[in-house]
Design a protein around this ligand. Structure first.
Ligand code: TRP
Length: 454
């Protein structure tokens, strides 16, 4: 099944930084801290970590198995393993979800570009939450500027993706990911050494489980899927570029650890600072765009710190959204036989168009709602809380029940090259066949209110 002409990752380090690059993104820096703030802090983190390890890791391993075995894009992979079956819906959901996430993700990506530029403009960093809220809402609701920023952001992504895997995605991830870790550690140290940071630490690490609701457990599940890039064929696609020699279990575990560590580091960089300056952490999506600038305004060298933070946000976002784009581009190239450049151009145009609509849905088009949500919120909520869990559920069921056990074993232990460990394999299979699907189904049904467990 190997195809010598197919592009792929060139080294183990390349695989690790590209996959970690996909996982670490706006999810960690923009979403995770405000979800922690809104859902009571430490208790949410405990649920989040449990879900990430117990439920998302089996999905990630399953996606890698599908991708590397078939060396195909998300739809092509399922076609090879289960031709003309209902399982094909996995591939279709994947491409649709990649597309929907890309739209609102690029909008936020555009905001980060704007805030990088703003960091040095006079009058931006003021210690006045009213003024900063106004700056943020004036910008995000205006019709032209955020849309233009979004398109610039998307163009950077398209530029990287059109260069391919080894010379595009891998090349940039190798430079950007190590830089990202260094920057976030510096920022976390700065935040933790502020007087009064202690209160933030206890908010992050002293759980109060009475604050958890069905909605917050679903939010933790959705966030874990989103943050680990699982449930929609992103890892199938990246997995298809992984060399047959690599150990898929190690790559999955390393990615999950790196992503969770980064989320905690992001929490440490943001929450203690929020407490140190006496601001409430439950600021919602505006946390990093409103609250943080207010904090930067009160720090020496605030402009530099602000600039560094939004560069971090941008870098993290790009290495993630290229993985979303790649899902769509790989499908166009392999199934619709387009050249990579044409495929990228079409993907850019369609996501760009819907991205503009998403951006407008916060301002000019905010009356246009469905289920009481504007397009931006609708895409954000339905992808994380419904489409990713459903996709993930189908993926583990597919690998657990449809693919032959020997084939799964073969792929995990590289046909015997990696010494077989029976207990480990049995646990992975229990996770994939039973634990992940049952737990995801319950949290999903409970969260959307179809059953009542807690
Ligand atoms: N994981 C990325 C983040 O946390 C976003 C992302 C990239 C993603 N690829 C994905 C989310 C696939 C869900 C599915 O920002």
């Amino acid at each position: 099944m190997t195809n010598s002409k197919r592009d792929g990752f060139g080294s183990r380090f390349g695989v690790l930084v590209a996959v970690a690059g996909s996982a670490i993104g706006l999810g960690n820096l923009w979403r995770f801290p405000y979800l922690v703030g809104n859902n009571g802090g430490a208790a949410f983190i405990v649920v989040y970590i449990t879900v990430a390890i117990v439920l998302c890791l089996p999905i990630m391993i399953s996606e890698f198995i599908i991708g590397r075995r078939t060396q195909s894009n998300a739809i092509g992979a399922i076609k090879k393993l289960a031709p003309k079956s209902g399982w094909l819906s996995i591939g279709v959901i994947s491409v649709a979800t990649a597309f929907m996430i890309s739209c609102f993700y690029s909008v936020v990506g555009g905001w980060t570009l704007e805030y990088i530029v703003k960091s040095f403009s006079s009058g931006f960093l003021v210690n006045d939450s009213g003024a900063l809220t106004k700056t943020f809402s004036n910008f995000t609701t205006s019709p032209v500027r955020p849309a233009v920023m979004m398109l610039i952001y998307l163009a950077i992504n398209a530029f990287i993706v059109s260069a391919g895997i080894k010379n595009g995605i891998e090349k940039y991830a190798k430079i950007l990911m190590p830089a990202l870790f260094v920057l976030i550690i510096i920022l976390a140290i700065r935040s933790l050494t502020l007087p009064g940071a202690q209160a933030g630490l206890s908010f992050l690490f002293n759980p109060d489980f009475s604050k958890l609701t069905a909605g917050s457990v679903l939010a933790a599940l959705g966030q874990a899927f989103f943050s680990l890039s699982v449930g929609m064929g992103c890892i199938i696609t990246y997995g298809s570029y992984v060399d047959k020699k690599e150990n898929l279990m190690n790559i999955s575990l390393t990615t999950a650890i790196a992503d969770t560590t980064f989320a905690i580091l992001a929490g440490l960089a943001i929450i203690p600072a929020v407490f140190a300056f006496g601001i409430s952490p439950g600021e919602g999506p505006g946390l990093v765009f409103i609250t943080l600038p207010q904090i930067f305004a009160q720090m020496p060298f605030g402009h530099v710190i602000s600039f560094a933070f939004f560069v971090i946000l941008l870098v993290a976002a790009i290495t993630s959204s290229i993985s979303l784009l790649e899902v769509v581009v790989a499908y166009f190239v392999e199934e619709l036989k387009m050249s990579r450049r044409v495929a990228t151009l079409i993907t850019f145009s369609v996501i760009g168009l819907f991205g503009v609509l998403c951006s407008l849905s916060l301002g000019e088009l905010k009356e246009m709602t469905l289920f009481g949500k504007n397009m931006f919120d609708l895409f954000d909520y339905t992808t994380s809380n419904i489409m990713l869990p459903v996709g993930g559920l189908l993926i583990v069921l597919f690998v657990g029940w449809k693919i032959r056990r020997e084939d799964v074993r073969d792929e995990l232990f590289n046909g015997g090259v990696i010494p077989f460990k029976r207990t480990l394999f049995n646990w992975i299979m229990i996770g994939i066949k039973f634990l992940a699907p049952i737990a995801i189904a319950f949290i999903l049904l409970n969260g959307i209110g179809l059953i009542k467990l807690f």
